[in-house]
Structures are given as C-alpha cells and as structure tokens.
Design a protein around this ligand. Sequence first.
Ligand code: KG4
Ligand code: ZN
Length: 342
Amino acid sequence: MDKDILILGIESSCDETAASVIRNGREVLSNVIYSQIDLHTVYGGVVPEIASRKHIEKINQVIEKSLKDANVTLNDIDAIAVTYGPGLVGALLVGVAEAKAISFATGIPLVGVHHIEGHICANYIEHPELAPPFVSLVVSGGHTHLVNVADYGVYEILGRTRDDAAGEAFDKVARAIGLGYPGGPKIDRLVRETGADPKSIAFPRAKVGDSDYDFSFSGLKSAVLNYINSERMQGREIEPEKIAASFQKAVVDVLVEHGLKALEDRNENRIALAGGVASNSALREAYKEACKERGIDLYYPSPVYCTDNAAMIAVAGYYEFVKGVRSDLSLNAVPNLKLGER
Ligand code: KG4
Ligand code: ZN
C-alpha cells in the first residue's frame, strides 16, 4: 500500500480554536477543540476581539495537543490545511498566520480550505461509503447553503439564504425567549424535554418568490418577535417552549422541503446534512422520515463534527492536497470567501 498521508488541520474562523490530524482523508487520529463559548455567553454572542485574542493564546497548545494525541510529530505531517474564510477576519488571521509560520519553518506544504467545504467534508469521516456526487444542506450559524457536490472539491451552489442563516435565527429567537447563547442547542433541548406542540403557534414558512432553493429566515424571526410583543402588550405571559417548538418546526419544514426539491429535480438520492444546525434533533428526525419514505440515503455527522472543528478542515484539505492544490505564503484571510472560489 502507498504511504499514508497525514494532514494537520487548523480552524479558527469563529469561537473555536481547533486542530486535528487526519490519516488518508478519512481517519481521525486526533481532534482537539478549545471552545470559547463560555467567554462569549455573557455578551449574548461572539465578540470578535475577544475571539481573536483567545485564539492567539490557545492555538499553539491546541496544535501541540493534536500532534501528541495522534502520536506524531510535525515530521510526519504531509500538509497543513487551514481555514482561510469565510469567518471573522481577526479570528481567521490567527490560524492562517500560524499555519504559514509552521509551513515556512518546516517546508510542509500549505493548503487553504473553505470553511463550508470543511463542514460538508465532515460527512466523510464517519461514512466511508459516501463519495460525490450528492446534495448537501449546510446549515450553520453563519451559512445556509444547498449545494450540489459534483466531485471532491467541486461545488455548485443551488440555493442560499437571502438574509439570516438558520443558526442565526435559532440564536436570535433563543435570546428573545430568554434562553441565552448559543440558542440552537437550547431551543432543541427545551422542545425535546417539554414535548411542546410544534403546532401551538402558526409561524410563516418563508418563500423566496423566484427560487425553489433559496431561503429566508428574517421574516420568521420578525414574526416570532411580533408575537412576543403582542402577547406582552395584551398582558399575557409568553410560553417559551411553545414558541421554541413552533419556530423550530417552521425552520425545519423549509429546510426539508427545499432539500427534497433539490434531490427530486436532480434525480439524486443522497443528501448529507452539515454545519452546527445539522445536529438539531427535529431536523434529523424530519429528514429521516422524509428520506425513508422516498428511498433516499441520508447522511449527517456526529454532533462533534457538525459544529466547528479542525477534523473537517483536514479532511477537506486532504482532498484538495491530493488534487495538487497548494497555497503559498501569500495566503490571506478572506472573511467573505465564496464557496468554489480560490
Ligand atoms: O457550524 P457552527 O459551529 O458555526 C458556524 O460555522 O456558524 O454552527 C453554530 C450554529 C449556532 O448558530 C448554533 O446555535 C447552531 O449552530 N446549533 C444548533 C444546534 N447546535 C448548534 N441549532 C439548532 N439545534 C442544535 N442542536
Ligand atoms: Zn462553521
């Protein structure tokens, strides 16, 4: 057998400082994540300045631990894959500068990776049989994309959000009903634990007039805020679990409907969910049911590979590396990097 290829992945685009070593694109040798969530919770969201400073403080330790956990040294690493966009510019810069410094000092090749490509590639870790082509629904705090994965590293965007990302809507609604940050997992848990009826309140399912695949969540978010205001004006207490269940169902319905439409139109029978919101239990259940009925193969990563991590970046970096993609020391952070661009 050919020599193993080991990729060191580095991720620092938002509030997780992460490093991971991956063997031959699919096997996780280590996956170290330092989450800053507790630091940002008091502010109700990610504070970019604090995020960058904490990345600087933690990144060396996180990388060292990822090598140690994998029982390797930099001498064993074939390439360094680093997220260079999209994300918070100051946060991205920490990972990019670190990766460039290691590459410069050691001569190890550098591969810049798109964060969303990483989220999609997270599906390869636990599903050895999954290979392109397939459709992917990427739902995170910053992105909502419906993507045709034509080949490794070849992406065609079918639809995207016109305003808020799905995770962003979860976070904003959670704040409005007093659950705090990050809102997605809290809404998910509240609905599961209370068994609240998703039909309690009729919230709109947003349609984007000229596209079957695009999303819009700002109208839904406003509808929730208006509902809360009107209840309070009328002197009624709000029932957070009913709002959470009804809102979550409105998001899930649209995410499932558009995904199924894309599969049907393309005559495709495989869909992979990705991103933080892909760990939402209502979304998974709804997809499971819909896919079972239609004979569609459904994939999603374990929660630890749904939210930001560096294993997914190393996997994406592997497929770029074996295609011959290399970045040089001019690699820079690109906060609004588009999928499919270099
Ligand atoms: O992928 P991710 O870690 O970061 C970005 O790239 O944005 O996603 C974070 C987002 C947050 O908005 C968080 O509220 C949401 O994913 N999220 C969830 C769940 N777990 C995380 N949303 C709904 N249900 C969940 N279980
Ligand atoms: Zn992400």
